[in-house]
Design a protein around this ligand. Structure first.
Ligand SMILES: *[C@@H]1O[C@H](CO)[C@@H](O)[C@H](O)[C@H]1NC(C)=O
Ligand SMILES: *[C@@H]1O[C@H](CO)[C@@H](O)[C@H](O)[C@H]1NC(C)=O
Ligand SMILES: *[C@@H]1O[C@H](CO)[C@@H](O)[C@H](O)[C@H]1NC(C)=O
Length: 224
């Protein structure tokens, strides 16, 4: 049991060393999504037009940047994450965006009876400044309807994928009633981001990224 667990943990850590910097090409992100079987598991069409840069602020330390498929210790994912758009060569200044994050591996990648868990839905993301540059930070003009939920895969589970998707926000989106605030943990279970996008006219995601997080127990095994 311990050996299997140790192997899983070491495996996850060896993955981490492959991805150190933020992504620089949409082709790289698309390939990472396909390798991790995300489009098929989420039933989405994923043809990123630009990069979604996600960063996790750390208390009293340097923020942790995400590249697609990076393995992060749970402790670094408290968030809420910050978002930026990279390699954008055609978005309108006044454009608003919706960002969603889901876990398709709950309670475990082998038993997904609770999936997807909704980890975030926020709308009214706009560019912080109108300046065109390589990376353009986003800010939200309204409170997220489903605030950031820190990854917490259950003890003994293999690592989970946490997937971020960004969409162009259609007019009237904030009147949607598919996702509403409150309802506790149960309200976050059995979410379907593709169905949500369809019901609220979001279309296909235009960028995305993902992180991989192991249960806390994994970290204690690694430090032995
Ligand atoms: C799958 O997970 C659910 C929720 O935790 C649990 O109730 C169920 O027994 C699990 N099924 C199997 C086959 O392990
Ligand atoms: C933006 O989102 C954060 C949480 O992610 C929230 O605390 C903040 O109030 C939101 N900003 C506005 C202007 O609503
Ligand atoms: C959204 O709801 C508000 C308040 O109920 C209403 O004034 C507005 O017209 C609605 N917008 C759309 C696009 O449906």
């Amino acid at each position: 049991m311990l050996n299997t667990k140790l192997f899983t943990c070491l495996f996850a850590v060896s993955f981490a060393s492959l991805a150190v910097a933020q992504d620089r090409s949409t082709a790289q992100v698309k390939a990472a999504f396909e390798k991790a079987k995300i489009p098929q598991d989420l039933h989405i069409k994923f043809n990123p037009e630009f990069l979604l840069d996600v960063t996790f602020p750390q208390p009293g330390g340097q923020s942790v940047p995400v590249s697609a498929g990076i393995v992060l210790p749970r402790s670094e994912t408290a968030g809420p994450p910050q978002f930026a758009i990279g390699n954008d060569f055609g978005l309108e200044i006044g454009q608003r965006f919706v960002i969603a994050a889901v876990d398709p591996d709950a309670p475990t990648p082998q038993n997904t009876s609770l999936a997807q868990i909704r980890h975030f839905v926020g709308s009214d993301f706009v560019f912080k400044s109108g300046k065109i540059s390589v990376e353009r930070p986003l800010k939200n003009l309204t409170v997220p309807v489903s605030p950031w939920l820190q990854p917490s895969p259950p003890a003994g589970s293999d690592p989970h994928r946490y997937i971020f998707l960004i969409y162009r926000q259609p007019k009237g989106f904030d009147n949607q009633t598919v996702v509403t605030p409150g309802g506790g943990d149960a309200a976050l279970e059995h979410f379907d981001v593709a169905a949500f996008a369809k019901e609220t006219n979001l279309g296909n995601p235009i960028a995305g990224t993902f992180i991989i997080v192991s249960p806390d127990a994994c970290e204690s095994i690694i430090t032995i």
